[in-house]
Design a protein around this ligand. Structure first.
Ligand code: BES
Ligand code: ZN
Ligand code: ZN
Length: 470
């Protein structure tokens, strides 16, 4: 899709007329009739025809509380009606602020996402031009919206990709290609190098698969200084069978999405590089396939880790925390960033706790928690804080190793996982963990099966932007 800026609306051509609930008066001048059957309810739309036979789409933005979700109104309208549009359409943007214009572009671009990438009959791309009519200067906002929408679409495609295609090596190739396009440095550590450097926990998780693990290190330097401001670590399990502690077959195919954290990290680094933000950020993706094989790691094994801490494996399905442990240790030992954030589809427990509406947030830093929470509300990628009390520490105790990877109890699973990760942060004061198991992948209005949401890209990018302005 192409987006352009025009100063005034041509009312003889097709246009979209966004309108808040009950505020039809503000756009009445553009309507050919007095009383359309439309009240501006959130994500509703109504087609009427202008005097030239042109299409006018009234688009409901809902109430003020719906402002964080404005993308959804544009995405929904575009997805359902674009087949009737001419090559170009206008958006009356005089009543939209610049943030809403950016969000509108994200939504329109998101409507381009094609979930059927692996169908043999390819969908034709529509290549529409969308002209935003506004007297303000909005080019920067259009461009930022386009980059954001494109990035969200490409990471959705990664999460929705089948696990036989999307191997750890494939994620490495994806990152390497993205780094060339968006101009940042990408290093992909393969098995030999992982052994040499001591990424033992990632290697243990990946032992049962022919698709060998990789660790991807994406470095974006927007500043002259050497210091890394923020490290992002993502769980990149390309398929989680549970390993020898095998999962039930029902919905097992959805475990292709167990790299949703990795996708968010890859997306954020690509996006901030495209936006040329004035900050230094490194993304680390620890990727493996958790498979069943004679070579698989077992419950009862004691494995090593990048930190040097030994871990007793209680359950091979608690594999994500092992991969993240190595990524977090690498970050605190080698990179020493100001902020350390990890994202992972880590536990079923967080889905039982918060459902599909918010990610579980874990941190000892109240300021970070507050700002992540505020941003989450603003971008509609919500987070909800769960506790990190010392009481939970005894569940990490192992008789035979430094730690065990699961408490063995059917309680507080997301907290137990977060406490495990904390043990590898070396008490980093600005560490924050997001368990995104319930929000990275789910039902949507445009696919029958569950599919990727793109969660995390806007949340973390806005967090990074906030750190620049301070
Ligand atoms: N990948 C899963 C968590 C998950 C569950 C993601 C549902 C998305 C949707 C993770 O590796 C896992 O299996 N966790 C176990 C841990 C348990 C064995 C300690 C869980 O939460 O059940
Ligand atoms: Zn698992
Ligand atoms: Zn997993």
């Amino acid at each position: 899709m192409t987006f352009k800026h025009i100063k005034t609306l041509d009312t003889s051509k097709d246009f979209i007329l966004p309108c808040k609930k009950g505020e039809l008066d503000t756009v009445k001048a553009f309507l050919p009739i007095q009383q359309p059957d439309f009240d501006g309810s959130f994500a509703s739309y109504q087609l009427i025809y202008g005097s030239e036979g042109n299409r006018i789409y009234l688009l409901g933005l809902g109430e003020d509380k719906h402002a964080p979700q404005i993308e959804e109104t544009f995405r929904n309208l575009c997805f359902n009606t674009k087949k009737h549009w001419d090559k170009s359409i206008q958006v009356y943007a005089e009543n939209l602020n610049t943030d809403s214009i950016r969000k509108a572009v994200i939504g329109l671009e998101m409507a381009e996402y094609n979930i059927g990438a692996f169908k043999s009959e390819k969908e034709k791309l529509s290549q529409k031009t969308i002209a935003f009519a506004s007297s303000k200067s909005i080019m920067k906002h259009l461009e930022e919206g386009l980059y954001t929408g494109e990035t969200i679409n490409s990471i959705k495609a990664l999460v929705d990709a089948p696990p036989n295609i999307k191997t750890p090596e494939y994620l490495g190739k994806w990152a390497s290609k993205s780094s060339k396009n968006a101009n940042y440095k990408c290093t992909v550590l393969k098995e030999k190098e992982l052994k040499k450097q001591g990424f033992d926990a990632v290697l243990s998780v990946g032992r049962g698969s022919v698709n060998k693990p990789v660790v991807i290190i994406n470095e974006y330097k927007g500043k002259e200084t050497k210091k890394t401001d923020i490290v992002l670590v993502g769980k990149g399990i390309t398929f989680d069978s549970g390993g020898l502690s095998i999962k039930p077959a029902t919905n097992l195919h959805y475990m292709k999405s167990d790299m949703g954290g990795a996708a968010a990290v890859l997306g954020v680094v690509e996006l901030i590089a495209k936006l040329k933000l004035n900050i230094n950020v490194t993304g680390i993706v620890c990727s493996a396939e958790n498979a069943v094989d004679a070579e698989s790691y077992r419950p009862g094994d004691v494995i090593n880790s990048y930190s040097g801490k030994t871990i007793e494996i209680i359950d091979t399905d608690a594999e994500g925390r092992l991969c993240l442990a190595d990524g977090i240790s690498y970050a605190v030992k080698k990179i020493k960033p100001n902020y350390l954030i990890d994202l992972a589809t880590l536990t079923g427990s967080v889905v039982r706790t918060l459902g599909y509406s918010a990610a579980g947030m874990f941190t000892n830093n109240d300021d970070m928690a507050q700002s992540m929470s505020n941003i989450g509300t603003k971008v509609h990628e919500r987070v909800w804080r769960l506790p990190m009390y010392e009481d939970y520490e005894e569940d990490l105790h192992s008789d035979v190793a430094d730690l065990r990877n699961f408490s063995g109890k059917p309680i507080a699973g997301a907290i137990n996982a977060a406490k495990f990760l904390e043990a590898f942060t070396e008490e980093h004061p600005n560490w924050l963990h997001l368990d995104i198991a319930g929000v990275a992948f789910g039902s949507s209005s445009y696919a029958k099966m569950k599919s990727a949401s793109g969660y995390g890209v806007q949340l973390i990018t806005e967090f990074i932007k906030e750190k620049i302005s301070k």
